[in-house]
Design a binder for this molecule. Structure first.
Ligand SMILES: [Zn+2]
Ligand SMILES: [Zn+2]
Length: 242
């Protein structure tokens, strides 16, 4: 079972000296919160129906299992990729500030969105042996100062008690993915990841973590490498999806 203590003890101590403020509008908030209710409400939650594999929402009702446009005609190597929010509006803004604005404190509200994925039926009650972050290339990590996926995975690991292992390594400094279409992304990612030395994945059930799912190509490629290393299953969770 997941244990999800709401209050980080260090933050609780800090709040004795500093009142907690909303990360967006600076209104005072409860010490267990990072966003005020008004700002939190603006985060666009993904509501059913959505693709069981990649969480892509779609309009209208559907009862049969299906492959969404994002998943059809390709193999995705993860069991499922779960996001609770869309990367739009306030979510997109906060994740962007966290990643590119060197606002590392914003890892907390972003991690809250990530942790919400654990309530999704595709992940809820499932046992994981390891939490593994999607790696950044060392040069990119130096540039940014941190790997956002690693920070999020650390927070999720602390909240769930599932150990974190940086099992993957990014071997190619890939150009930014955003300008590419799906096929180009897949090619760009080929052989971009490998298992770290001594990372034995045999028989392990992995929860793979990233900040945003765009097309799922990165998560799929990481899942492929983890499974080639013997992982039994790879589920993915991200704070938001495009
Ligand atoms: Zn606010
Ligand atoms: Zn899909």
């Amino acid at each position: 079972m997941w244990k999800l203590p709401k209050v980080d003890p260090l933050r609780a101590i800090a709040s004795l000296f500093y009142p907690s403020l909303c990360a967006v509008c600076s209104e005072p908030v409860d010490q267990s919160e990072y966003l005020c209710a008004k700002c939190a409400q603006k985060a666009p939650r993904i509501k059913p129906p959505f693709c069981a594999k990649c969480s892509e929402p779609f309009p209208g009702a559907i009862s049969e299992s299906f492959a969404c446009a994002n998943c059809s005609h390709r193999t995705l190597h993860f069991e499922s990729a779960v996001s609770a929010y869309r990367s739009r509006g306030i979510v997109r803004k906060i994740v962007h500030e966290f990643k590119y604005g060197k606002q590392a404190h914003l890892q907390h509200p972003v991690a809250d969105w990530l942790v919400e994925t654990l309530e999704d039926p595709r992940l809820h009650g499932r046992r994981f042996d390891l939490v593994v972050p999607v790696p950044l290339h060392p040069a990119r990590k130096r540039e940014r100062g941190f790997n956002q996926a690693e920070l999020l995975a650390e927070l999720l690991s602390a909240r769930t008690g599932v150990p974190l292992r940086k099992a993957l390594q990014r071997t190619r400094y890939t150009t930014t993915q955003t300008a590419f279409d799906r096929t180009e992304r897949m090619e760009n990612l080929h052989n971009a990841f490998r298992l770290r030395k001594n990372a034995d994945m045999r028989g392990l059930r992995v929860l793979l973590i990233d900040d945003i799912l765009t097309t799922g190509s990165t998560l799929s490629e990481c899942a492929r490498v983890l499974k080639a290393g013997g992982a039994l299953s790879v589920h993915a969770a991200t704070a938001a999806r495009a």
